[in-house]
Design a protein around this ligand. Sequence first.
Ligand SMILES: NC(=O)c1ccc[n+]([C@@H]2O[C@H](COP(=O)([O-])OP(=O)(O)OC[C@H]3O[C@@H](n4cnc5c(N)ncnc54)[C@H](OP(=O)(O)O)[C@@H]3O)[C@@H](O)[C@H]2O)c1
Length: 254
Amino acid sequence: MIKITFIGYGNVAQQLLQAFLHNPAIKIQQIFVRDTAKAKVLDATIELISDWSQLTPADIFIIAVSDDAITEVSANIQLKNQLVVHTSGSVALDQISNHNRRGVFYPLQTFTKGKEIDFAAIPICIESEFSADLEILQKISKIISDKTFIINSQQRKALHVAAVFVNNFVNYLYQIGSEICQENQVPFSILEALIAETASKIKTLSPLESQTGPAKRKDHQTIDSHIDFLNADSTKQSIYKLLTQSIQENGKEL
Ligand SMILES: NC(=O)c1ccc[n+]([C@@H]2O[C@H](COP(=O)([O-])OP(=O)(O)OC[C@H]3O[C@@H](n4cnc5c(N)ncnc54)[C@H](OP(=O)(O)O)[C@@H]3O)[C@@H](O)[C@H]2O)c1
């Protein structure tokens, strides 16, 4: 039985806890939160605490707090020789206080409160200071996911930057598309099939091979008419121009 304690109980901790909860190989031992009145834990066997001195030894402590709080929170764990991991894409392993054994357990997915997620398909990026700990992390990762990757802090940072481009920035572009539709009284849902096909085709083609559209074709009249259409919104217009230029320069390398 592997005993897991969570520090923090936000989006990631709640999703991970749900994924581990009913597995017979795992016992969720404690959850540390700043305010126990705010946290609703569905399983009565899990001890909810808000005092650092109440932490008891476990096989893994999973710190799932805001990136900026990881160092401070890890230093508050008063126990020694425990395996302490964080779940962040961008924080280096050595940002965890060095009075315990350090590691990372980063689920590479976007988590939103209340939106259930199937962990089996989520890549888990693990890293540890000591090789024996990597085995423990591999073991718990394989319980919830079919995809475990051993990734160092530098690679994880690169992955996180790439993830910001393919997730956060793409989602922001959806928002721009949605606003343009709304302003022109057309439903954004008409674009759903296009969005689905764009995401689907990069499973078989590289993003470079998948690219279509006026920038790739160098249809200058169409590009100019789009820039003119966006005249009233300088931010959207700048984004359009920058992405168009970048797509065109990208094509030149071939
Ligand atoms: N959300 C994602 O899509 C995602 C995906 C992969 C990895 N991650 C990583 O997972 C970690 C947690 O993200 P999240 O989305 O779960 O964040 P979140 O929903 O904002 O939850 C953060 C939790 O941290 C606690 N916390 C913040 N500062 C604290 C402090 N100084 N001491 C104790 N607890 C503190 C908060 O407690 P209160 O409720 O008391 O404020 C809250 O329970 C981050 O490192 C993030 O980079 C997030």
